[in-house]
Design a protein around this ligand. Structure first.
Ligand code: GAP
Length: 431
């Protein structure tokens, strides 16, 4: 399958099955905004749950926060974003479409629309990506910004977190939340959106080169292991070191975890050595118990929830001549188990299947589906296509032996399991 047709299939599957819809579609959509449907929200929540588990619950040196999206505009002046959070923009003199001047491929594609003319571009100028909002009831309204990265909330809350928790350096503050960027050219489905979600860790260390470098390497590897532990293929991932000129204004050092997407190797997560850029900018320090005071250095891991969701979907997509399967890790699968009565018109089968369904809903943390439409083959097909790891069928024999058939998504193998043991059996398989 070529890569553009893979991307088309993923986009179509996302719409058809309720993962991702174009934002405001009934009014013709809005560029760079996407809505997550009933399955998409499950996938995204599962990604966030696994991230939080690994970054906060499993550690004793990280705590979480949830800061406000809109902050005092002074934050963005001090952090350098008002001046430097910008992309180079050029405009086509013929049709006035705007592009990033460093995206040669997109510009070349556009030139074809003007029959290969080459002198169509204006001089590049810096275009700030922060999204402005206006607050208050009296004119002129107060200008503020939707956060361009969730990060600054952590620095703004740094002193409050240190004084209210028992953490000591080295320690981290984790956060998941929405960020907004007025991207010049949103595209590649959800990959480059104007509203998206980030999951970030800011890890504070003593201000020494060896400490900074050690933790930078540590977090790079931890983050790569996380994607692999949730089933992403090793060959789909790589690290890429940022060249000096592409590093963000705050970064001493930066490396991306990239995914081999259908549209080429693309940034999935950034690992940044932010040095003392932010805490110095906000004039914040940390005091040790012995009274020593210093400005910690910060190592940051910054992943995109939407890009993770997209690349987990792409990586899991499998098709052969019989079926389409999303081979998602069970921890990420939107629906954990689907329950079917073999036939839809037999009261006693339906009643037992509903009992099984209710008991699984009570005992398994995640979405359980009940389906009695069409034939069994069609129901399996529909569940494979959304990545449901297990289907449970209640048949006539179940009425006698109080057992059901459990079908595994990846192998299509079936096993007979006693109803009384079912949820424990599934819980073990789903973990
Ligand atoms: N605090 C650092 C920071 O924001 P970044 O490399 O600009 O760093 C981090 O962004 C991550 O946020 C990216 O690796 C990506 O996963 C996600 N991201 C950034 N811009 C995005 C966009 N326009 N659409 C979707 N995700 C985006």
């Amino acid at each position: 399958m070529n890569s553009s047709s893979l991307m088309e299939k993923i986009v179509a599957l996302c719409k058809r099955r309720g993962f991702i819809f174009p934002g405001s579609e009934i009014y013709g959509g809005i560029t760079g905004f996407w809505d997550y449907g009933p399955l998409g929200v499950e996938l995204k929540n599962n990604i966030k749950k696994e991230w939080w588990k690994s970054m906060v619950y499993k550690r004793s040196d990280v705590v979480g926060i949830d800061a406000a999206i809109i902050m005092n505009p002074e934050v963005w002046a001090k952090s350098g974003h008002l001046g430097a959070f910008a992309d180079p923009l050029v405009e086509c003199k013929i049709c006035h479409k705007r592009f990033r001047s460093d995206r040669e491929e997109e510009k070349d594609k556009h030139l074809k629309e003007h029959l290969g003319k080459s002198d169509v571009w204006t001089e590049a100028k810096q275009f700030n990506l922060l999204t402005e909002v206006f607050l208050g009831v009296t004119e002129p309204k107060e200008k503020a910004y939707l956060r361009g990265e969730i990060t600054q909330g952590v620095f703004v809350d740094f002193e409050n977190v240190v004084s209210s928790s028992r953490i000591k350096i080295p320690f981290g503050i984790a956060q998941i939340g929405k960020a907004f960027r007025n991207e010049i050219t949103p595209g590649n489905f959800t990959f480059r959106s104007r509203e998206f979600e980030q999951m970030e860790l800011e890890f504070f260390v003593k201000p020494q080169d060896q400490e900074g470098d050690k933790w930078f390497e540590y977090w790079k590897n931890e983050r790569m292991k996380w994607y692999l532990s949730l089933g992403m293929k090793k060959e789909s991932l790589r690290f890429r070191v940022h060249a000096d000129k592409e590093r963000a204004h705050y970064a001493k050092k930066a490396e991306d975890i990239e995914y081999n997407a259908p549209f080429g190797w693309s940034e999935l997560e950034g690992i940044h050595h932010r040095g003392d850029w932010d805490l110095s900018a906000h004039k914040l320090t940390y005091k040790e118990e012995d009274g020593e005071e210093f400005t910690p250095w910060v190592i940051e891991t910054s992943g995109g929830v939407d890009r993770s969701a997209l690349f987990f979907l792409v990586d899991a997509y499998y098709e052969d001549d019989k079926r389409v399967v999303l081979k998602l890790h069970p921890k990420l699968a939107p629906v954990k188990v689907a329950v079917f009565p073999l036939l839809a018109n037999k009261e006693n089968l339906i009643s037992l299947a509903k009992d099984v369904y209710k008991s699984l809903k009570e005992n398994i943390d995640g979405m359980i589906m009940f389906d009695d439409r069409g034939n069994i083959g069609k129901r399996y097909y529909a569940q494979d296509e959304i990545g449901t790891p297990f289907c449970v069928t209640v048949d006539f024999q179940s009425l006698e032996d109080k057992a059901v058939t459990v079908r595994d998504r990846d192998t299509a193998k079936q096993e007979r399991i006693k109803i009384e043991n079912l949820y424990k059996y599934l819980l073990e398989k789903l973990s």
